[in-house]
Design a protein around this ligand. Sequence first.
Ligand code: NAD
Length: 374
Amino acid sequence: MAENQTRRSFLQNLGVGLGTTAAAFTIPSLVSIPESKPKYEGKKLGIALVGLGSYAKNQLAVGLEQTPNCYLAGIVTGTPAKAEEWMKKYNIPKKNVYNYQTFDQIADNKDIDIVYVVLPNSMHHEYVIRAAKAGKHVMCEKPMANSVKDCQEMIKACKDAGVQLGIGYRMHFEPFTKEIIRMSREKVFGNVKFINSNFGFTIGDPTQWRLKKAMAGGGPLMDVGVYCVQGARYITGKEPLAVTAQFGPITDPTRFKDVEESLSWQFDFPDAVTVNGFTSYKTNIEQLFATYEQGFIHLSPAYSYGPIKGRTSQGELNLPIVHHQANMLEAIAREFQETKMFPAHISGEEGLKDMKYLTAIYEAAQTGKKISLV
Ligand code: NAD
C-alpha cells in the first residue's frame, strides 16, 4: 500500500490525474504534464522576451535552453549592447531583435508565437496590449499590472485580438506546490483551518524601480506578497471574503519614501479559515504553513527559485527539484500545442483576481477598516 501511495503521489505530482478533481477549485485545474517526455516532432514555439533584466536573463532565458517544445526566438530591448550579447549567446537572428520603437513590427514575424513581457510592473499594461494588437499570444510577469483597470484592459485587448494571455505563476507547476495542493484538495489531513504565508527579502539599491510607486505599483506586497495571496488561494481553492491589514513601521526612510516597507494582512476565507499574510523589503522570510483538522503542511522556502523544501505532519516531502521557469514554460508550450490555449489557472482573469485582493489589502491598511471582497 505504501508503494501504491508513493506511486500515486508521484504521478499526481507530475500532474497525472489532477484534471477532474480540480474542477471544484476556484483556481482552475492544474496542467497535466505527461509522465515521460515523448520526443516532440512539431514546430517548437518561438518566445520573444521583452525586457532583458534580471529575471529574463538569469531565469527565463536559462529555462528556455532546457525546454524541448519552446525556445528563445526573439528579444526586445532598448540597449543595443544587450542585443549584440544575446544574439551571440542564443543564436538569435537580427530580424528577431526589436527595440521599444520597432516592437509593433513583431506582428510580421512568423518565428514569434508568444511575447513574454518581463518589464517593470507599470509597463506590463502597454506591452501586453501592444503584443495582443500585433496578434501574438502573451505571457506577462506578476503582478499582472498596477491596477484593476489596467488588468481589465489587458484581458479585453487579448480577447479582442483572439490571443491567449497568461501570467507567469511558476509555482503552479512546481512539484512541492502541486503536492500540497493535492493534499489539500483530497483532504489528506481533513479541512484546512489556518494558513500563515510570508514572503519578504532585504532590498538593495535604493534607486531601483521596485521602490518607486509609479513603476512598481507599491512595495513588497506587489512584488512578493502576491505569492502569499496566491498560496492562500491555491491551498484553500477558494476566494477570500474580507480583509484587514496594517502597514509596518518605516525603519529606513531613505528607501521607503514612496512604498511600504512591510505589511501584514488577515484574510477571512469561507468555512472560517483565517489567513495571516506578511510581506517585507526588510525581512528575509519565506514560508507557507497550513494547519488542517488532523495535520499540517509547511513549505520553506515556499516561493523563491528553490530548491523548495517541505514537510507535513507525515514527514519530509521528497520530490523532484525542477528549474521553475523551464518547467513552467514547457508545461505551457505543451498545453498550447495540444489545445491552442494556455492553462486556465494562469489566465489573465486569475491575475485580475489577485490584483483586486492586493488593492483591497492596501485599502484596508490605509483606512483601518475591514474590506469586504464579496
Ligand atoms: P529588472 O529591473 O532586472 O529588469 C527590468 C528590465 O526592464 C531591464 O532590462 C530594463 O532595462 C527594462 N526597462 C525598460 N524600460 C524601463 C524603465 N523605464 N525603467 C526600468 N527598467 C526598464 O527587473 P526584473 O527583476 O527582471 O523584473 C521584471 C518583471 O519580472 C517584474 O514585473 C517582476 O515582478 C517580474 N519578476 C518575476 C519573478 C518571478 O519569479 N516570477 C522574479 C523576478 C521578477
